[in-house]
Ligand binder design. Structure first.
Ligand SMILES: [Zn+2]
Length: 140
C-alpha cells in the first residue's frame, strides 16, 4: 500500500464537483474522473465516492501507514510489559507470597499499592480490548 501511495501524484487531492473529477489541489491537474450516476448509483453517492478518493490521497494514506507502524512498535514494547503485569506481582509481593506459609495468618498482607495499581491497569486494558473486539465483531 505504501508503494502504491508513494507512486501516485503527491497530493493533496480534492473533489472538483463542477468537472466531476478529483484534482491535484496544488496544480488543479485532474487525478481521476467520476463516472456518471447510474441506476445503481445516485449523484450523491458518486460525489461521496469522489470525496472518499480525494480524502484518502497519498499524504493521508502515508500518514495512516506511519501511524499504524508507530502503534505496532508501541504495542511490541508494551505487550510484554502487559503480559508480565497480567501474570505477576512486584518483587515485594512475590517475596511475601513465598514467605507466606511460614508466617502467621494475620501477618499475610494483601497486594501492595503498586500491585493494586497494576491489576487495575490490566483490568482497564482487558476491558478496552474486550470492548474493541466486540465492536469489531472479532470472534463473533
Ligand atoms: Zn506488590
Amino acid at each position: 500500500m505504501r508503494r502504491i501511495a508513494e507512486a501516485a501524484t503527491r497530493g493533496p487531492w480534492g473533489l472538483n464537483p463542477i468537472k466531476a473529477q478529483v484534482d491535484e489541489m496544488n496544480t488543479l491537474e485532474p487525478v481521476c474522473a467520476l463516472l456518471w450516476p447510474t441506476e445503481l448509483r445516485t449523484e450523491e453517492q458518486t460525489i461521496a465516492n469522489g470525496e472518499h478518493v480525494a480524502a484518502f490521497d497519498p499524504p493521508t494514506v502515508l500518514a495512516l501507514l506511519d501511524e499504524i507502524e508507530k502503534l505496532r512498535q508501541e504495542l511490541a514494547v508494551l505487550k510484554p510489559v502487559y503480559d508480565e503485569a497480567r501474570m505477576g506481582s512486584c518483587g515485594d509481593c512475590d517475596q511475601a507470597m513465598r514467605e507466606a506459609p511460614m508466617r502467621d495468618e494475620d501477618e499475610v498482607l494483601g497486594p501492595c499499592d503498586v500491585c493494586e495499581e497494576m491489576y487495575a491497569a490490566v483490568e482497564r486494558a482487558e476491558a478496552y480490548y474486550w470492548r474493541r473486539d466486540t465492536e469489531r465483531g472479532v470472534g463473533a
